[in-house]
Design a protein around this ligand. Sequence first.
Ligand SMILES: Cc1cc2nc3c(=O)[nH]c(=O)nc-3n(C[C@H](O)[C@H](O)[C@H](O)COP(=O)(O)OP(=O)(O)OC[C@H]3O[C@@H](n4cnc5c(N)ncnc54)[C@H](O)[C@@H]3O)c2cc1C
Length: 358
Amino acid sequence: MNIAVIGAGPAGLSFASKYGDADVFEEHKEVGLPRHCTGLVSGSAARRVGIPNSLILNQYRELTVTDLEGRRIYFKMRDSVLLVDRPGLEQWLAEGVRKLYLGKRVVNISKNYIYTSDGSKHGPYDYIVLAEGSARRFARAYGHVVRLPGLQVDVKSSIDIHGIIVVYNQKLSKAYFSWIVELDKGVFRVGLADVCCTVEKLNKLVKLINGQPIDKPFGGGVLAGPPLKRLITGRVTLVGDAAGFVKPLSGGGITLAIYSSQMAAKAIARGTPTLYEDDTLLLRLRLRTAFLAFRILYGWRFVERAIHLLNGGEYVAVDYDDHIKTLLAAALTDPRSIRVVKELLRYLASNRNIFHLF
Ligand SMILES: Cc1cc2nc3c(=O)[nH]c(=O)nc-3n(C[C@H](O)[C@H](O)[C@H](O)COP(=O)(O)OP(=O)(O)OC[C@H]3O[C@@H](n4cnc5c(N)ncnc54)[C@H](O)[C@@H]3O)c2cc1C
């Protein structure tokens, strides 16, 4: 079968290396660049999708959730969180791909042919795999996924904080959150995603921690989900960010991009593409539930309330990149939480229409 893959990120490359024989088209001239992602993945998910230890730059066991205005909750993580060499990951995945066409942006798909920005026509293809990431130029025709601009920069700072710091502060991000990741002693990756004004807000965050940028800012679209209900339409299959495979509460999608692509490649190679939808159904239901939580809890600003309530507490983090689940679990083990739970139930009762999102 002839297959074209649009995009050489973790999703497109994983698909092609698992399937074995596909044409991969990538608009940039180098795999893995320009950078856009922080590179954090949970240890268990990294092991599940086979990310090798040689690509791990750092690992963390501490997570602090704070408003950077004096309140904070401290978590010890059950499983370590890993910082992955993101360009290195793509270069490693690309080693298993035979036909990779760099510097070729796909500008049109018509019937079973694709057209690239250099004016050439490729095909015919039996399947076209959309692995174009959060840009979703073609994928948007198959369903909506919430997208926020994200921006980050590496800085030097003498601030005395360690591990991963998640910041909930309306002045820095109204719609999502900000992050500070300790890369090395005195070196941090700081970033945020929000509906607007990311440059100004990033400058504010850098100033707040007395940071000195050591590199250019980088970023891209952070997706919050939900995953699409249909992953296959005719000859077109969607994987990774293009299909909305992200954790809604953190925008994390590296391991889900690899996993969804491996499932899609396996199903197509067996000649039963619909297996891809069946095999990812439970995962997509879980992600849709998390998306519902994202709409309810961000709308209600649950995290700010929890930070006020649990200020100074120390807990075990159940899931590092699901900050709300982690905070909820902390809240439920602390008697101070009863007021928050009552208010949450009242909020749900008066906003029942939110459940149509599910
Ligand atoms: C600021 C930021 C921080 C993030 N931090 C994390 C994190 O810490 N942990 C985590 O798990 N996730 C994180 N993510 C999300 C993560 O980067 C994505 O979920 C992941 O990259 C998805 O992989 P993908 O292959 O689907 O898409 P991408 O990695 O975006 O790859 C898509 C590729 O397709 C190419 N492309 C697009 N359109 C075309 C076209 N028309 N023709 C040819 N090529 C095309 C692009 O150039 C790109 O190389 C972050 C995202 C952002 C923006």
